[in-house]
Design a protein around this ligand. Structure first.
Ligand SMILES: [Zn+2]
Length: 276
């Protein structure tokens, strides 16, 4: 999970009437295109390949080094699966509107909502708490391993509280299989590259499709974790679906083509209270 979503702030974007040549063939899909102004994507003083060293880069990143609930952590079936904190998706919509973009490491999407009105976003509940889907992004390779096996990619549904603060992440592992994923089939073709700062505006998609593919988290691991990028803020409840979301080989190749390495080194299990 990464805190780069402020790249979407209205102040940082300008509307462009001109089409990007690369997407001319797909113009009929677009109602409006916007482009980030130069510098609109945050300059970073950290990088994923050096994630073991984030704590020494900046004093604001000390939790990355000395936190007690840092994510991701290795998971395994012999830890069992969670019987507690079960997510409930009653009323979760099958149609939302938002923006596609590339968060610099892979495909991402933010759901449109009125400023500050997070409680109008698709919601789920756990532990009598309601959290709201602000958007999603994809890491490649996966952040989490299960039994030492790392999937090719991992989809993160970022859930915020009613004030917009990150509260939970639904993590779904992605691997190549024989059948195209309906969820992936809804994404723009071609996908936006990691160097592209364009956003494709006002695009609808069905946010239930990935959840259906993993049986709405009927089996899952959960733990108390953190953001997986600086400043590594803790207090995030992680849910990792046991079921893998399979996409076709072609879809996986298209995904990897627009992705950059974005997996944080696995952290030592400490006070994460796995499944507890
Ligand atoms: Zn993430």
């Amino acid at each position: 999970m990464a805190p780069t979503f402020k790249i979407l702030s209205a102040a940082a974007i300008i509307t462009l009437a001109a089409a990007c040549a690369k997407h001319d063939n797909h113009q009929s899909n677009f109602q409006k295109r916007q482009v980030l102004t130069p510098g609109g994507r945050d300059e970073k003083d950290w990088a994923y390949p050096e994630s073991y060293d984030w704590g020494s880069i900046n004093s604001n990143y000390s939790l990355c080094q000395m936190g007690t609930q840092q994510a991701p952590i290795p998971l395994a079936l012999d830890q069992g699966l969670s019987q507690r904190h079960r997510p409930d998706f009653v009323g979760f919509p099958s149609n939302v509107t938002g923006n596609f973009y590339n968060w610099g490491y892979g495909p991402a999407y933010t759901i449109a909502h009125e400023d500050g009105r997070f409680n109008t976003l698709p919601s789920m509940t756990f532990d009598n708490k309601t959290v709201y889907l602000r958007g999603w992004h994809i890491h490649a390779p996966a952040d989490h391993t299960v039994g030492g096996v790392r999937s090719r990619a991992e989809l993160h549904y970022v859930m915020v509280d009613s004030a917009g603060h990150e509260a939970a992440v639904l993590a779904l592992r992605l691997d190549p299989g024989q059948t195209p994923s309906p969820f992936f089939s809804e994404l723009p073709k071609p996908l936006l590259g990691f160097n592209e700062t364009d956003q494709i505006m006002n695009q609808t998609l069905n946010p239930r499709l990935p959840l259906e593919a993993v049986d709405f988290f009927s089996e899952f691991w959960t733990y108390q974790g953190s953001l997986t990028s600086p400043p590594c803020t803790e207090g995030i409840r992680w849910f990792l679906a046991r079921t893998i979301l399979f996409i076709s080989h072609e879809q996986m190749q298209a995904l990897l083509l627009v992705s950059q390495f974005s997996a944080r080194a696995e952290q030592q299990v400490w006070l994460h209270q796995i499944n507890a």
